[in-house]
Design a protein around this ligand. Structure first.
Ligand SMILES: NC(=O)c1ccc[n+]([C@@H]2O[C@H](COP(=O)([O-])OP(=O)(O)OC[C@H]3O[C@@H](n4cnc5c(N)ncnc54)[C@H](O)[C@@H]3O)[C@@H](O)[C@H]2O)c1
Length: 383
């Protein structure tokens, strides 16, 4: 019998980012977090107690839970495909943190498995589902900057060892600024400029080892396995081009550079790595005559992005499950972004342009007025 009412969610991976998910998923009325699992079952139990979640245990416990319809996979990147595959095989739809996986073969197998099982597969980031980003996307599609042509993005800082108690995984194969931060920037570019056709990139590494700085493992040295400063040029199927800096090797902290240049203006967007952005979404228009300093006329599209955070993609999937519709942050987009990032690695290794074999349809927007706090599916998951 088809299920109705609120959608039951089970979390696998009770680490750092689970806090942000739980804060929102326990407030959105259309979903109910019913179970949390982790290899570390004590961590899962502590998280369940903090957030008032009924059950906790291992990942298998979550996958065996009849009330769970969507498994939210918040494990580390190297475990993503295995956990997502097991969840699909258990008959659950899956939302996975980014990246979808760390190699093309297993990730494309995951996308095929979801399609053949009739289950939904959603891949982070959902920052681009925030109301500000969605408003900006609609404005660009409505011609706010004329024809979008090119983009400039930048994310640079000294690296996440300063904040993450398990920072070693962020410098391992399948992470680094490319796989850890790239999904935000490449996903946002695909949303605005369409599928990526080819890449060319350089990548360097400032240090061969780093140290964990915070938490119980502070002082522990670990290897840096991947490039930590990348300059990437992307060409888009529709003809646009973008340049992206992704770095964990610059003492200067500067993020939030995301600009798309069109024939009639440049739109300055918030950092797709965040929901808040911290600045309005504005469009710079060309000046009509030269006077120094050049002062572009500015038009504000969105004053301030309202504070909604991680979990929007899960909610969009939950409503799609009940309504039979499509959701926005699909496995196909997640795979295309992974394909792009692997192509970047190949470009660095071969010092050449690399074509991106996969493609995606134009990414839809969320329905206008999408309200995460609206109760549209009222029946409780558990009686
Ligand atoms: N930390 C952040 O700020 C942040 C931000 C956005 C996205 N993410 C993404 O979220 C994911 C998790 O990151 P994190 O920072 O929370 O990591 P974390 O190391 O803090 O937490 C990961 C958790 O997953 C558990 N785990 C690992 N493999 C497992 C498995 N096979 N089965 C069950 N549990 C397993 C670990 O025990 C741990 O509790 C990553 O994909 C990361 O890219 C993290």
């Amino acid at each position: 019998m088809a299920r109705t009412g609120r959608v039951g969610v089970g979390i696998v991976g009770a680490g750092m980012i689970s806090e942000q998910y739980l804060e929102n998923l326990t407030r959105f009325p259309d979903v109910e977090v019913v179970a949390i699992g982790d290899i570390d079952t004590e961590r899962a139990a502590a998280s369940a107690a903090t957030w008032g979640v009924a059950r906790s245990g291992t990942a298998d416990d979550v996958l065996a839970d009849d009330d769970v319809e969507i498994v939210v996979n918040l494990t580390i990147p190297a475990a993503h495909v295995a956990v997502s595959t097991a969840a699909l095989r258990a008959g659950k739809s899956v939302w996975s943190e980014k990246p979808i996986g760390i190699d093309r073969e297993s990730a494309s197998g995951l996308v095929s498995l979801a399609a053949s099982s009739g289950l939904l597969l959603g891949i982070a980031p959902d920052t681009v589902l925030g109301p500000g980003w969605q408003a900006a996307k609609r404005a660009v599609e409505a011609g706010a900057i004329g024809t979008p042509l090119t983009a400039v993005t930048s994310f640079q800082w000294q690296g996440p060892d300063i904040i993450h108690p398990a920072a070693d995984f962020l410098y391992a194969e399948g992470a680094g600024p490319l796989f850890d931060m790239g999904p935000y920037y490449f996903t946002a570019l695909v949303h605005l400029l369409g599928p990526i056709a080819s890449v060319v990139a350089t990548g360097t590494k400032a240090r061969d080892t780093r140290q964990i700085v915070v938490g119980p493992r502070a002082g522990e040295e670990f290897p840096v396995e991947v490039p930590t400063h990348l300059s990437v040029l992307t060409s888009f199927e529709q003809g646009g081009a973008a340049q992206s800096l992704l770095s964990f090797d610059t003492p200067l902290f500067r993020h939030g550079v995301f600009e798309v240049n069109g024939t009639e203006g440049t739109i300055v967007l918030p950092d797709p790595n965040t929901f808040g952005g911290g600045h309005p979404i504005r469009v710079a228009r060309p000046v009509t005559e030269f006077a120094f300093p050049i002062e572009n006329p500015w038009e504000t599209l969105v004053d301030e992005e309202p504070g909604v955070g991680r979990g929007l993609g899960v909610l969009d999937m939950a409503r799609a499950l009940r309504g039979g519709g499509a959701h926005v942050a699909t496995g196909e987009v997640g795979y295309h972004v992974l394909d792009t990032m692997v192509a970047v690695e190949e470009s660095i290794a071969t010092r050449s342009f690399v074509d991106v074999a996969s493609t995606v349809d134009a990414v839809p927007s969320l329905p206008e007025g999408f309200d995460p706090f609206a109760a549209t599916l009222t029946e409780a998951v558990t009686a």
